[in-house]
Design a protein around this ligand. Structure first.
Ligand SMILES: Cc1ncc(COP(=O)(O)O)c(C=O)c1O
Length: 462
């Protein structure tokens, strides 16, 4: 244990069995024969319970959780206010299908979502159960409203795994392999990933050439603009590597959409509901989308999603789109409690402040760990990109080793992109917890760097 970790002991992980421990191993053995092998679990963490940013495995080991269940447990694990809201609602009624009946919780939540979503105009809300379902709803609405069939999204984007959402996703080939043909009519275009510019230019001298490419090349040669219903964009690419576009990029995209009557759909599924220090990440650029997709953090862990659209856009007829569980009362109660906690505990400010702390600490680490090529993010959506310091090339092996080492030392982190680690703790995280986790991270990084020096040299080929 390093001195830095020892000084923050009350917040530090407590690992007292080999990992995975005996109870975890027993669960893993049963899981291995029954559960779909398509999941992507990077290490064998078997959860017993959680509280805030702390989680315990079934063998009683205590971990720091910098994943928040993949950016879902916005208010931390089992926030008492959220638990109470779910319990209270469960005693009233658990389900009544908002598709066919009415209940006030949906209206209350819709009012809140309309209030926090950018745009000073009347809005309407459609409830879903997940991110992919929100994206499906948005793409169906965009086609329905515009009468246009084509859609656009970005290379590196992640919008979900159902067939329509997957057609928009452009993150990793493994997501698509074996599933073609997907929904036709989607064109992907380069995102503003300035650290590794896909068209080899530099900001700002590039003058946002990747947006001009849509107008000057795609619209002229491949994709008639007047056939495009919507452009889907993550304000910050999540799964793709926590990529933050430069100033002006989202504004240019908005202008392009407005010019051609194309709807701008912001996928705020990972970046929304306060994660970046604002309700919606797109607010950092002062841009108003036509449709916003939510899920993940909206209900602190209960399955819920929503799309919020300009009221004049959500003009589909009764029966055009619906689902049985979307806007389930337990999930709505949890979402209303989530909003209350975020507001009363000042979690937007906390996310902004702690995000700056994470970035500063990682940049400080970068000065003596040259394998950290880039540190980026907004609020509590922060990533470190791992590289080979000699060549600047991405080093996915180092990243994977680092994520494993963190687990073994009691810190849960996940990767994003091909070679980045993301930090997406609960919005409630405090300074001692962040310090403790980052001290573990740095120790794990040193181990991974050492292992990298012992790797056999890359084959030069023949
Ligand atoms: C930006 C974004 N959109 C959509 C999705 C899909 O959400 P879900 O896994 O709930 O279907 C995700 C999930 O990671 C996401 O990050």
């Amino acid at each position: 244990m390093t001195d830095a970790i020892r000084t923050v002991l009350p917040y530090a992980p407590d690992i007292h069995t080999p990992l995975p421990g005996p109870k975890a191993q027993a669960n893993l053995a049963r899981d291995a024969t029954l559960i779909s092998p398509s999941y992507t679990r990077p290490y064998p963490f078997v959860m017993s319970h959680g509280q805030g940013c702390l989680v315990w495995d079934v063998d009683g080991n205590r971990f720091l959780d910098f994943t928040a269940g993949v950016a879902v447990c916005a208010t931390g694990h089992s926030h008492p206010r959220v638990v109470e809201a779910i319990q209270r609602q469960a005693e009233q009624f658990i389900h009544m299908a908002g598709t066919d009946f009415y209940y006030e919780l949906q209206v209350k939540l819709a009012e809140k979502l309309a209030q926090i979503t950018p745009g000073d105009f009347p809005k309407r809300v459609f409830f879903t159960n997940s991110g992919a379902e929100s994206v499906e709803a948005a793409l169906k609405l965009a086609r329905y409203h515009t009468g246009r069939s084509r859609l656009m999204s970005f290379i590196g984007s992640f919008h979900g795994r159902t067939m329509g959402a997957l057609a928009l996703t452009g993150s990793k080939a493994i997501h698509r392999r074996g599933f073609e043909p997907l929904m036709p009519g989607v064109t992907h275009t380069p995102y503003a990933y300035c650290y590794r510019c896909p068209i080899n230019l530099s900001y700002p001298s590039c003058k946002l050439a990747c947006v001009d490419y849509i107008e000057d090349t795609l619209f002229k040669r491949l994709v008639p603009a007047d056939e495009v219903a919507a452009i889907f964009v993550e304000p910050i690419q999540g799964e793709g590597g926590y990529v933050v576009p430069p100033d002006g990029w989202h504004q240019e995209l908005r202008a392009l959409c407005s010019k051609h009557g194309i709807l701008l759909v912001a996928d705020e599924i990972q970046s929304g509901i306060g994660r970046t220090g604002k309700w919606c990440a797109i607010e950092h650029w002062g841009v108003t989308p036509d449709i916003v997709c939510y899920a993940k953090g909206i209900a602190s862990g209960l399955p819920l999603g929503a799309i919020v659209a300009r009221a004049d856009i959500m003009d589909w007829d009764s029966g055009a789109h619906a689902n049985t569980f979307g806007g389930n009362p337990l999930a709505c109660a949890a979402a209303l409690a989530t909003f209350e906690v975020i507001e009363t505990e000042g979690l937007l400010d906390n996310a902004a402040r702690m995000g700056e702390y994470f970035k500063a600490a990682l940049r400080d680490m970068q000065s003596h760990h040259p394998c950290i090529g880039d540190v980026r993010g907004l609020g509590l959506m922060v990533a470190a990109e791992l590289i080979d310091p000699d060549t600047g090339d991405p080093d996915p092996t180092l990243r994977d080793d680092l994520v494993q080492n963190c687990f073994e030392r009691g810190l849960l982190v996940l990767g994003c992109g091909f070679n980045s680690v993301r930090f997406m703790p609960a919005l409630t995280i405090d300074l001692p917890t962040a310090e403790a986790g980052l001290a573990v991270f740095e120790a794990a990084l040193s181990d991974a760097e050492l292992a990298a020096t012992l790797r056999p040299p890359k084959s030069q080929g023949v």
